[in-house]
Design a protein around this ligand. Sequence first.
Ligand code: G3I
Length: 468
Amino acid sequence: MMSNHSIAGLALCATLLGTGLTSAFAADETLRSLADKNNIYIGAILNSQWFGGGLPGNYEQIHKTQFNIVVAENEMKFDATEPSENRFNYNNGDKMVKYAKQNGMRVRGHALAWHSQVPNWVNNYKNDKKKLLSVLKNHINNVVGHWKGQVDEWDVVNEAISNNEPQWRSYSVWYQGIGPEFIDSAFVWAHAADPNAELCYNDYNLEQGINPKAKAGFLLEQVKRWVANGIPIHCVGSQTHVEDTTTDKHFIGSPDSLRSLAKELAKLNVKLKITELDIGFKSGINVSKSDLERQGQTFRQYLDIILEEPNADTYLIWGVSDKWSWLGGLNRQKGLIYDDNLQPKPAFDSIMVRLQTYEPPKDTVATDTTKQDTSATDTTKKDTTSNDSTIAIKTIAGLSSLSMHLSDRTLFIAGATAAKVDVFDMQGRPVFSAKNVKGSVDLKIAEGLYVVRVRDGSKSLMQRVTIK
Ligand code: G3I
């Protein structure tokens, strides 16, 4: 009697012969490779522990494998780059720019004019408008100038709007000392220092609606004015620090509301970026498997905005692992896509599957000019689902590599010693899972379209499948 492994091997050979593929190597898919394919940026901060050198090696490995854009958690802020007047420190920022260059990543700069993390010496000038203007101008000239051509986009102004009845944040040293025109000036100076950098206004709570009483509504009016006045603003960064379990009105938001903002900004030819995403649970509560799955769906819904709205191109998460996250200070927990042990959570699976299954509307592929310039990237995705319920071999590297083949509902796996098989629906929701699969497994799922993922040690394979 033939073993399952041999059957899988035969199935693989048959498919190899059938497709004529003999020696193609395909790298395992990652968030990064799928983001590239979808013409978007997906990223996570390099946190302050990374700059301090206090992280395990697999943190960096994960970071550079999974992400194509990076931002520093604290190291390009005002207090870090100009700790004393006119004395600049670029060491940490340079370290990140070098890392990004070595790994072919886009760089975000965060943040030039912000009320927080401003060194004390600046406050000494709070009653001297002229001096404060020159302090801000000098800072922007130097910092943006130093990384000209290397930092692709900047948060020029961060969190200048207050939370309640929206208005300008009155306790900012820049607002108090200069007035709201510090914002217009900051954009103009940043543009002069690097005319090719994309310049953003960045804030939180922008996912709470665009009516005039919501922060995003207030912001939208300002963006209209800035655009009308020729202020060089190219993007709005929505930090998107949201809570999964909140009843606090300050933290209630929705992907739909953020999508409305994206659509309004599109009319002004301004992009929307998600710049600091985390979806935390209240500290102290028990977080169940189904909570984590629901969290994954919310991560996916925010990703949908970036995939689907032509003027949205960036999905940046404020951390990699729950172990190193600022969220504790906000009385929240578990808001990221890797757990404390740097293992991917359901949220990771959910966005991975969505990136895998997303198909851009055919008529927008050719005309979309607002997303990243990836002229070298083929953006048209091939539909592998149309024939029958046989899936294509994705990674082919001889019989010792991982491969899969589906016959009816039986999934045959070759090249695995004990594989974990997960099946997701097209929204990234887990529908089937089996461990220690050696040769084949029957997929107990209904008819439909799914994504199958097979993992064996460090090898992993993902493929779309139709069950008939
Ligand atoms: O620099 C000191 C260091 O010398 C000292 O050893 C250490 C001891 O705790 O503290 C260090 O400073 C801390 C700094 O992070 C670097 O780790 C500050 O106390 C701490 O307040 C600071 O927190 C940062 C926070 O911004 C400050 O506002 C968080 O790491 C950072 O994640 C957070 O990021 C902000 C974004 O910039 C803007 N949007 C909101 C987001 C979350 O608050």
